[in-house]
Design a protein around this ligand. Structure first.
Ligand code: NAP
Length: 318
């Protein structure tokens, strides 16, 4: 009797128990496989040179704190606000006892022409770079028709084109040295497009696609690519988000205020670097179900998004 015929011959509750058994065995096997795989190739962070973009606050600052607690001595912090970065260094010096002070490189990601030179500056600090964390980012609010192209461009430059340029500047040295890791902090909106966030979602979808392509191209280079897709994080992202005319949104959205702690996300990202993971999805059940809807039942997803747009139109166009 074939396996299918045997399953068909069972009572419905026996079939259900059989499927649950297969599922449980499969997921237990997968967990054991992942644990064994991690143990075999864990990265030792303390020896590495790690650069974080957008370290002036939010998740970037939390990443610096987390790395410092892991006794990473050679941290390069980049951002636009030198004062905020200097304050962060003073704070970090209290965390890591005798470790050397992190180094600051001022960098405005909107000035794309300067980024190849900034990549050289990053390399010059310690003569190498082991981990590059593309964390800096900006969000936006507003409908496509109400958003100036200058805003689309600013979001795209910050969230997508600048990481591409910095990667092109730093990746060759990682490949030559025979290893490294690049982390792209994307968002669940890099995988799900929701209304009134077109520029942000498009920039994060681009980031995801770029690094998925690159990961495959680096199959034999020992350079890991980690794309991180968090849901809401409790930071000032929504305060600084751009509205259609380029002015700041200036409000803490409820979803952001109730989001994950930045430190929780930072610790998960650091673990992913250590464990050489390729992708991290940090969100609740609803976005996970939405991901399934988007890929397997797109019409249902489009319907839900249209409903959401209708509900939010007065708020988002204001
Ligand atoms: N918060 C969330 O709900 C959430 C959810 C998913 C993903 N993310 C992603 O997480 C990352 C960190 O965001 P966050 O939540 O920590 O927000 P945040 O507190 O607003 O931090 C954003 C960082 O990016 C920097 N930045 C923005 N534009 C820049 C530019 N032109 N040049 C250089 N640096 C620039 C900011 O520096 P300045 O101080 O100079 O502005 C700041 O350090 C972003 O990529 C974001 O898309 C956030």
């Amino acid at each position: 009797m074939s396996a299918i015929a045997w399953i068909k011959s069972l009572e419905w509750h026996q079939q259900l128990a059989f499927l649950i058994g297969i599922g449980a065995t499969g997921s237990a096997g997968w967990t054991v496989y992942k644990l064994l795989r991690r143990r075999g190739k864990k990265r030792n962070l303390a020896d590495l040179v790690i650069c974080i973009t957008g370290a002036t606050g939010g998740l970037g600052r939390a990443l610096a704190e987390t790395l410092r607690e892991r006794r990473v001595a050679r941290i390069i912090l980049t951002g636009r606000n030198r004062e905020a970065l200097q304050q962060l260094i003073a704070h970090l010096q209290l965390i890591g006892d005798v470790l050397a002070a992190p180094v600051v490189i001022e960098m405005d990601l909107l000035e794309l022409d300067t980024l190849p030179g900034k990549a050289r500056d990053i390399l010059a600090v310690y003569g190498r770079i082991d981990v590059l964390i593309h964390n800096a980012g900006i969000s936006c609010r507003g409908g496509v028709m109400d958003t100036d192209f200058a805003v689309d461009l600013q979001v795209m430059k910050t969230n997508y084109l600048a990481p591409v340029l910095l990667t092109k500047g730093l990746l060759p040295s990682m490949v030559e040295r025979g290893g490294g890791c690049i982390v792209a902090v994307s968002s669940i909106q890099g995988r799900l497009a929701i209304p009134f966030r077109a520029a942000y979602a498009a920039s994060k979808h681009s980031l995801q696609a770029f690094f998925d392509c690159l990961r495959a191209e680096l199959w034999d280079a020992n350079v890991d690519i980690v794309v991180v897709s968090p849901g809401y994080i409790k930071t000032g992202l929504s305060l600084r988000a751009l509205r259609g005319k380029g002015n700041a949104h200036g409000k803490m959205d409820e979803a952001t205020a109730n989001g994950m702690e930045a430190r929780q996300v930072a610790e998960r990202i650091v673990r992913a670097i250590e464990d050489r993971e390729r992708e991290v999805l940090m969100c609740g059940l609803l976005p996970r179900l939405a991901l399934i809807l988007r890929s397997s039942f797109p019409s249902l997803y489009f319907g839900q998004m249209a409903k959401r747009a209708k509900q939010l139109k007065h708020l988002e166009r204001a």
